[in-house]
Design a protein around this ligand. Structure first.
Ligand code: ASN
Length: 310
C-alpha cells in the first residue's frame, strides 16, 4: 500500500484528465512560440538565481540561497533582467520563465497560487501600454483559435465550453473599480465579466512607470479572466530613468543596497524605454480548461501550505 499522498500524486499523473490538460497546454505554448518568433522577439533562457529579483508588491517568504557566502535569490520574476536584456540592439525578448514565490499558506485557498509556476514574460523596446495590449490581444485570439481547433476532443472530455473572447477587450481603471465596488473589486469583476478585461493603474512595484502628467497614476495593466478565474497577466511601461527609479524606490521604502549594480546601469543612462508583460502559463491553462483549482493543471503542483511528495 502506498502512502495516501503518494497514491494521490500517482493517480493524478496517470489520469486522462491530466493528458487532456497537457495537450491544451502544448497547443497553447506552440502558438506562443510561433507568435513571438513571427513578431521578431528573441527567446532568452531563464535566469533562476541572481543577486537581484523582483521585489514584488506583496510579501512572500524569502527564497534565498547562499553560495560560498554570497546571497542569491530564487527568481520571483525576470522583470529586471528583461530590462537589462534590451541593452543591446534588440527590439524585444521573451522568456518561458519559472518563478518561485513562497506564498504564505493562506493563499492555498485562492485556487490560483502555486509556489512555483511559469510565466511567459516579454518586453518590447520603445513600446507603450497600448502597444502591449494590442500585441497581447492578438496572441490571446490566436491561442483561443488554436486550442478550439486542435483540442476540441480534449475540451469536450474536460467538459469545457470555451467561448472566444471579444476583442478589443474592455478597459477599466483600478481606482474607479475600487471606488464603485470596494476593496474586493477583483473577485467581483472576475465573477461577473463575460470576457477577459484590462484593469489599468495599479499602485505597485517601482519599475511600473508613473504617468507624470497625472501623478500617482500608473501606466500598468492586468488582465482579469472571467468566470472567477481572476488575474492572469500583469505588465507595464517601465521606469528607465535613474532619478525616476530612485524616487519610486524611495516611495516604496525599498532598501537600495541589493540593487546597486542595476542602479549603476540606470545611472549611466543605459536602460531604454520599454513596455511588457507576463502571463502565467498555469493560470491561462486553467482558464482554457475550466479547471476548478490551479493544482489540477500542474503535474507537480506546489499549493501554498500543502505537503509535497514530488
Ligand atoms: N512579468 C511582470 C511584468 O512584466 C512582472 C511580474 O511578474 N511581477 O510586469
Amino acid at each position: 500500500m502506498m502512502e495516501w499522498q503518494v497514491q494521490k500524486a500517482v493517480t493524478k499523473l496517470q489520469s486522462n484528465r491530466l493528458t487532456a490538460i497537457l495537450k491544451v497546454q502544448s497547443a497553447m505554448m506552440q502558438e506562443v512560440h510561433d507568435y513571438m518568433h513571427e513578431k521578431g522577439l528573441l527567446q532568452l533562457m531563464p535566469v533562476m538565481i541572481s543577486p537581484i529579483t523582483d521585489p514584488l508588491n506583496h510579501s512572500v517568504l524569502e527564497g534565498e540561497i547562499s553560495y560560498y557566502g554570497d546571497k542569491l535569490q530564487l527568481t520571483k520574476s525576470m522583470i529586471l533582467h528583461k530590462q537589462l536584456s534590451l541593452l543591446g540592439d534588440r527590439e524585444g525578448v521573451y522568456i518561458v520563465s519559472p518563478n518561485v514565490r513562497l506564498e504564505p499558506m493562506e493563499r492555498g485557498a485562492t485556487g490560483r497560487h502555486l509556489l512555483e509556476f511559469t510565466q511567459v514574460d516579454f518586453e518590447l523596446k520603445g513600446k507603450k501600454a497600448a502597444d502591449v495590449m494590442e500585441f497581447m490581444e492578438a496572441l490571446y485570439a490566436r491561442i483561443f483559435a488554436k486550442v478550439k481547433k486542435e483540442c476540441a476532443q480534449e475540451l469536450a472530455f474536460l467538459g469545457r465550453t470555451l467561448k472566444t473572447p471579444h476583442f478589443p477587450m474592455k478597459k477599466f481603471d483600478s481606482a474607479e473599480l475600487k471606488r464603485t465596488l470596494g476593496s474586493d473589486w477583483e473577485k467581483m469583476v472576475s465573477k461577473t465579466a463575460g470576457d477577459p478585461i484590462w484593469v489599468t493603474n495599479h499602485e505597485r512595484e517601482f519599475y511600473d512607470k508613473e504617468d507624470l502628467d497625472r501623478p500617482f497614476t500608473y501606466l500598468n495593466y492586468d488582465v482579469i479572466y472571467p468566470e472567477g478565474f481572476g488575474e492572469g497577466l500583469s505588465g507595464a511601461e517601465r521606469e528607465h530613468e535613474h532619478p525616476r527609479i530612485l524616487e519610486r524606490m524611495h516611495r516604496n521604502k525599498m532598501e537600495l543596497g541589493p540593487y546597486g549594480a542595476y542602479l549603476e546601469v540606470a545611472k549611466a543612462g543605459l536602460l531604454s524605454p520599454s513596455a511588457g508583460a507576463g502571463f502565467g502559463v498555469e493560470r491561462l491553462v486553467r482558464f482554457l480548461c475550466g479547471a476548478k483549482h490551479i493544482e489540477e493543471v500542474a503535474p507537480f503542483a506546489k499549493v501554498p501550505g500543502g505537503k509535497f511528495v514530488f
